[in-house]
Structure formats: structure tokens, C-alpha cells
Design a protein around this ligand. Structure first.
Ligand code: SAH
Length: 382
């Protein structure tokens, strides 16, 4: 896929983002999604940016602007969050003759949205003054797979609290005065506790702000969404939920895999693989899943995939059963590796397998295509 970054074709071009904390998050993600070669010059990285660096999708440059050869870049995006620093970056870019963009668009779009809805709906104004939380399922990460309703809520938001697998690049199209709070949980890495996330949602809403909690996929599929709803309700904060496109179905689909197919599979079962089958904390009956005859869709299963395959094989799943692992579904970096239950048992996880991935186990997995393009027309250019 190739997407533009604010009307610019940055595919394969070197782009320097100055700043790596929360103000830089939307621009960095949008640039990666547009297939730019992104370097981030910053001391501190927000979790989303840190995660992209760990995954090899962004280069972290140490040092200062003075040590950086700006001429080497086609574009400089300044996102320090500090107007004085941003102005300094602008001067350096100008001196080097490189195009400069501020991190986010001006606030005109948001103001017009706010005015419209204020005139149109007095009760909405009251709700805004009161503050509220909207849980938005953002789909698997491509902004084009956000729902219309999700984009409307985002354009009305004052604060957006994001996760790493959410389509954070879309925020780059919003007003610059939106506060972005990054509460990503990185597997075996940095995280903000669920209690702290709940506190942030409630506290920001109590300031009278419209708080969008932007999550990956659908909020109620392994998203801890209901915990956030309950925390808001207990605090007396109005809360609503906007359903999202879950990765459990869409990520296989983006790789050409239908979770059901006439003659091959009459159903699918979505499970979490974050606890291995032989662990006392596991509440799944893997033998029953093996006998169930449905396609198995495993989320958060990368780490324990070989043990999951062993449990299925022990319960009678055929060794030749195909397995498709779809990584970074819907993102510019989408990749697929295929294997079989038998190979997983004998040789372990395939080379190159890494999170996030949706793993499909069953006959339908044989439809997986390595370079299947994302859904046409699914992109939102608004
Ligand atoms: N609420 C989310 C799932 C959260 S659990 C949803 O409905 O999609 C996180 C897991 O989702 C990841 O470990 C991975 O298994 C899967 N996932 C989410 N986005 C993904 C993507 N773009 N590509 C591959 N897997 C993804």
C-alpha cells in the first residue's frame, strides 16, 4: 500500500521528525504508514514511537539538531511540543533548504466541527461541558478502516488516549490543540497500568473534556474495554462505545484468508494465546478446541505458538493443518508467514514471526497470500 502524508508522496523518502514524545506520535505513525524512511531526533520517546524503533520501522537518532545533517532529509516535521523549539527547527530547516511541516494541522477543522455541533445540538454541548468518555474501536491500524462514526468522534475530541495498535496516524489529520496521551502496553516492555488508564480517562472527563479512548480493533475483544466502561460508570462519567473492526477477522482477511469458507469451515473460534496451554492460569480447553472443527484464530499467540500447536496436535489436530501468521495487518509493514501444526511442533515458530500477529489455524489458512493488497477503497483520505 502507499498512502500520502498530507498530500506529499513520501514513499521511500527520508523524513526527519524532531521530537519523539506524545506531540510527535501522530506524525511519526502517519509517516511510517505512508512508507517514509523515518528518523526521530529526540531524547525521550513515547511508547508508540519506542515500539516502532524496537520493531525496526523507525530510526532513533541521538544527539541534537546541531549534529544532524538536515540536508540529507527530504522533509522535516517538527513536533517537539514547544513552540520555541519548533521555531528553532523551522529556522534550521529553512537554512538547509528543506521543506518543513509542523506536526499537526491548524485548528480550523476542529473549530468548525465544534461550532456546527454546538449550534445543532444543545444537549451535546451540555455533555461536552460535563465531560465524557467515548471508547472507540479503531480497527487494525490502517486509518482507512476506522468507521465514519469513529472519525466523527475523533474530530470532536479534546483528548485522545491511545494504544500502540490503534490507527494513531489518523490523529495527524486533527486539530493541533488535541491532547494525545500514549498509554500503550508493549509486550514485555513499557506499560501504563489499567488502573492508571482508568484514572486518566475519569480525570480528563472531569475537567469537562471530550475524551476519546482510541483502541486497536474492537474495544470489547481482548481490549479491556469493559473495565474502562465500568470505571467511568462508577465515577459517574458519561461513557459510550463505538464498535470497531476487530483484527480477529480483518487481519486474516487483509492477507486473503476468510475465517469461514463453504466446504472448509463452518465457524471460527477466537482465543487469546497469551497464556500457554499447560499453564495453570489457562482457562481454555485446547483439546476441545482441537475437536471443535472450527477455524482457530489466535490473538496474542506469537510467544507461545509452538506450545499451542503441541496441545492441538496431542488432541488430534492433523500435522498437515495449515497455519497462517499475519503480522502488522493493514500496515505498510504487513507480512505473512505460513507453516503447519506439525512443523510448529517439530521445528518451533517460523523464522521472522513476531508480534503483533493474528494466527489462523485451519484449512482456510492455505488461502494466505504474502503480498495481498489491503482492501481497495478502504482508505480514508478526509
Ligand atoms: N481489541 C483488539 C485486540 C487486542 S489484543 C482487536 O479487536 O483487534 C492484541 C492482539 O491483537 C495482538 O497481539 C495481535 O494478536 C492482534 N492484532 C491487533 N492488531 C493487529 C494487527 N494490525 N496485525 C496483527 N495482529 C494484530
Amino acid at each position: 500500500m502507499s498512502e500520502q502524508y498530507r498530500g506529499l508522496d513520501v514513499t521511500g523518502r527520508r523524513v526527519l521528525v524532531v521530537g519523539g514524545a506524545e506531540p510527535a506520535v501522530p506524525a511519526v505513525v502517519a509517516l511510517v504508514q505512508a512508507q517514509a524512511q523515518v528518523s526521530v531526533l529526540a531524547d525521550a520517546l513515547a511508547p508508540v514511537v519506542d515500539d516502532l524503533v524496537q520493531r525496526g520501522l523507525v530510526t532513533h537518532l541521538p544527539g541534537s539538531l546541531r549534529d544532524t545533517v538536515i540536508r540529507d532529509f527530504a522533509l522535516v516535521v517538527t513536533a517537539t511540543g514547544d513552540p520555541t523549539l519548533d521555531a528553532g527547527v523551522a529556522r534550521s530547516a529553512e537554512a538547509a533548504g528543506v521543506i518543513l511541516l509542523p506536526a499537526q494541522r491548524d485548528s480550523a477543522a476542529k473549530e468548525s466541527t465544534t461550532t456546527d455541533s454546538t449550534n445543532a445540538d444543545a444537549s451535546a454541548t451540555n455533555a461536552r461541558q460535563q465531560g465524557r468518555v467515548i471508547l472507540v474501536g479503531g480497527g487494525p491500524g490502517d486509518a482507512g478502516l476506522l468507521t465514519v462514526r469513529a472519525t466523527e468522534e475523533l474530530h470532536r475530541a479534546d483528548v485522545v488516549v491511545v494504544d500502540r495498535l490503534a490507527p494513531v496516524g489518523y490523529l495527524d489529520r486533527l486539530a493541533s490543540d488535541i491532547e494525545v496521551i500514549d498509554v500503550s502496553k508493549i509486550p514485555r516492555g513499557r506499560f501504563t497500568s489499567q488502573e492508571r488508564i482508568n484514572e486518566i480517562l475519569v480525570a480528563k472527563a472531569r475537567e469537562g473534556r471530550a475524551v476519546v479512548r482510541l483502541k486497536g480493533g474492537d474495544s470489547f475483544v481482548f481490549g479491556r474495554g469493559m473495565e474502562e466502561v465500568l470505571a467511568c460508570q462508577e465515577a459517574g462519567v458519561p461513557v459510550t462505545v463505538v464498535p470497531g473492526v476487530t483484527s480477529a477477522v480483518s487481519v486474516p482477511e487483509l492477507a486473503g484468508v476468510p475465517v469461514t469458507h463453504r466446504g472448509l469451515s463452518q465457524g471460527f473460534t477466537v482465543v487469546s494465546g497469551h497464556v500457554p496451554p499447560d499453564d495453570p492460569a489457562s482457562t481454555l480447553d485446547w483439546a476441545a478446541l482441537a475437536r471443535g472443527g472450527t477455524t482457530l484464530v489466535v490473538l496474542m499467540g506469537v510467544h507461545h505458538l509452538a506450545r499451542i500447536a503441541a496441545a492441538l496436535a496431542d488432541a488430534g489436530t492433523r500435522a498437515a493443518t495449515p497455519v497462517a501468521c499475519v503480522m502488522d495487518g493493514g500496515l505498510a509493514s504487513q507480512r505473512v508467514v505460513t507453516t503447519t501444526v506439525g512443523e510448529l511442533v517439530s521445528a518451533g515458530a517460523p523464522d521472522g514471526l513476531r508480534a503483533p500477529a493474528v494466527v489462523v489455524i485451519g484449512e482456510v489458512a492455505r488461502f494466505a497470500t504474502g503480498s495481498h493488497p489491503p482492501a481497495e477503497g478502504g482508505r480514508n483520505e478526509s
